[in-house]
Design a protein around this ligand. Structure first.
Ligand code: ARG
Length: 575
């Protein structure tokens, strides 16, 4: 069962005092204090109450002092012209910490369960996944897992880009250079490495060789209309790419319930357009078919369904996708974790879905994110100047983590490899999750790999260090015991841990995993500060004290590990 947080408990008492004084309870809300040196929580509602009920603020505050029933939980004082400050009593702090330590789920916020479908990852077949898809994958998976942890129903769909011109380009190059592969595409010996080598070649050719581009266009058309060997080749390429993508994703703990792609919806497009035209929602415009959008959707162009050459594009596909997703077992909300540069596209698609009723009342949200830049402030690139592939990026991080470990630890062999990979994953994921998704950030490998500061390895190291303390204590016969004593910095640590449900709720509300990530960073800081101020294994520490300190650290460690688990950040045994 969820334990009410200290903030909630104080609020209940504060609101009761407001009611006793004849004020609206809604004015008695409480928040974390801006001045932790003076108070733990504060209520700013008295000034509004004084105004509304035409009383003197100072007098109203004085009255609160008599009305407030602290119930052994907190004491109240007045600050400024009429603010209420609350300080939690030591006994109540200890009781709260004890409640959390005896129940791992005591900090799970309660929610009315909803059903979410997340569209994230979104890599494009044949172009292997690059750093630009990193944000979508990491933020999307974190949101998925946070929502699941909180008790919501969640599904994830990768929505592969598997239907565009890039495939026609690739197949045209294959036809020229490796024609034998098209004789039996189902069994063509084809690797991801081949595709990676060929795609840039095909792409470059298309820019300088107009006849090649023309051929690629007709190949795309042929492939899309299901023509024999082109279609079979397309299937084979998608198959090979998907396996490689799954492997790349798995390395980051990213996985999907559905591996659907844009191709899935193509067969439905003719029917959808006919139906929308009959209803009058879609109209012919200069040979094209478009959906005009209502003014309240903002100043955006109409959604193009079919161009004047009869081709369907991204907009049509996304509308058909919504049609399917809001069909049977429709989710309450669809979340699209996609680059902010596609904002207009989603505004158009969502407005069109509403206008046509294809949304069927489902919430549609674009969870937008900014760009990942290199230390030079430009979009992240490899040394060769190309866009960095995800597997290459992870290999680089792995090697750098290994170098760092080799300097400071005695890990070798498999343990060294495994630990380096854990650190690389933590560095990349926390590097992403510690930034607000809406802002751009710099992918700074050295910074992300540091063991101190706002980094994944710092959080891992905090756990590893505390666990080693538990081991050493156990060897000395000291076990985590009742949290019966506070020490320096204990208050800050307990209040921080107790704030998890509020931070989780805010994470979900804002759809920003960075909120949870930053909470975990604060928690790690508080743990380290507490431990620095309160020795456990020293001659002058009584066994009671040692056990109580370990007990508190154990409670915090459990929460930190749970949080890292939700964010998919592994904790190595040693580092
Ligand atoms: N494949 C697209 C891209 O690379 C992202 C797909 C996002 N999802 C969607 N339903 N449009 O930009």
């Amino acid at each position: 069962m969820t334990q009410a947080t200290l903030s909630e408990q104080v609020e209940t008492l504060c609101q009761a005092a407001f009611v006793a004084a004849g004020f609206d309870a809604a004015l008695g809300t409480v928040k974390t204090s801006d001045r932790p040196d003076l108070a733990d929580f504060q209520c700013n509602g008295l000034l509004a109450a004084a105004k509304r009920y035409k009383v003197n603020p100072r007098a109203a505050a004085e009255e609160m002092l008599t009305r407030f029933e602290g119930n052994g939980l907190a004491e109240v004082s007045i600050a400024g012209p009429g603010f209420l400050n609350f300080r939690i009593l030591p006994h109540a702090l200890l009781a709260q910490a004890a409640a959390h330590s005896s129940d791992a789920r005591s900090l799970v916020p309660t929610v009315a369960p909803q059903h979410f479908l997340l569209d994230y990852g979104g890599p494009n077949v044949a172009k292997e996944m690059h750093v630009g898809h990193l944000r979508s994958s990491i933020v999307g998976q974190a949101l998925h897992d946070i929502l699941t942890f909180a008790g919501h129903k969640t599904e994830g769909d990768v929505h592969l880009g598997d239907w565009g011109l890039q495939l026609g380009l690739l197949i045209t190059l294959i036809e020229e250079e490796q024609p034998h592969l098209l004789e039996d595409p189902d069994n063509a010996l084809l690797t991801m490495e081949d595709l990676q080598a060929w795609y840039p070649k095909a792409s470059a050719r298309s820019k300088e060789d107009a006849p090649f581009l023309d051929r690629a266009r007709s190949t795309t058309q042929a492939m899309q209309s299901g023509q024999g060997s082109y279609y079979a080749m397309w299937k084979r390429i998608v198959e090979v790419s998907s396996v490689a993508l799954q492997r790349d994703f798995a390395r980051l703990g990213v996985s999907f319930d559905y591996w659907y792609g844009e191709s899935r919806y193509q067969a439905a497009l003719d029917g959808l357009v006919t139906q929308l035209k009959e209803k009058g929602d879609a109209v012919e415009d200069d040979g094209a078919v478009i959906i005009r959008l209502p003014e309240e959707a903002g100043d955006i162009p109409p959604l193009m369904l079919r161009n004047s050459k009869g081709g369907y594009g991204y907009g049509a596909t996304d509308l058909a996708t919504i049609d399917e997703r809001t069909g049977e077992n429709r989710p309450d909300t669809l979340l699209y974790v996609v680059d902010a540069r596609q904002r207009t596209h989603f505004q158009q698609v969502f407005a069109a879905a509403k206008k046509t009723g294809l949304d069927r009342g489902t919430g549609l949200e674009h969870i937008a994110f900014g760009t990942v830049n290199g230390p030079d402030g430009k979009p992240f690139k490899t040394r060769a100047g190309g866009v960095m592939r995800l597997s290459e990026l992870m290999d680089m991080m792995h090697e750098a983590a290994k170098t760092r470990l080799a300097e400071g630890s005695d890990l070798t062999g498999d343990m060294l490899e495994k630990t380096a990979e854990d650190i690389a994953v933590a560095a990349v994921k926390f590097g992403e999750l510690s930034h607000d998704r809406e802002s751009n950030y710099i992918f700074d490998m050295d910074q992300f790999l540091r063991f101190e500061g706002k980094t994944g390895p710092y959080l891992q190291y905090t756990v590893v260090r505390i666990r080693s303390l538990f081991d050493r204590a156990a060897a000395a016969g000291v076990q985590p015991g009742d949290i019966c004593k506070l020490g320096d910095n204990a208050r800050e640590l307990i209040l921080c841990a107790d704030d998890l449900p509020a931070q989780m709720a805010r994470t979900i509300e804002t759809r920003k995993p960075s909120v949870l990530a930053m909470h975990l960073y604060s928690l790690a800081n508080r743990m380290n500060q507490f431990y620095a101020a309160n020795k456990v294994l020293a001659d002058d520490v009584s066994p009671d004290h040692a056990a109580a300190r370990l007990g508190l650290l154990k409670m915090a460690e459990a929460q930190l590990v749970t949080g890292l688990g939700i964010l998919g950040i592994p904790v190595p045994d040693r580092m």
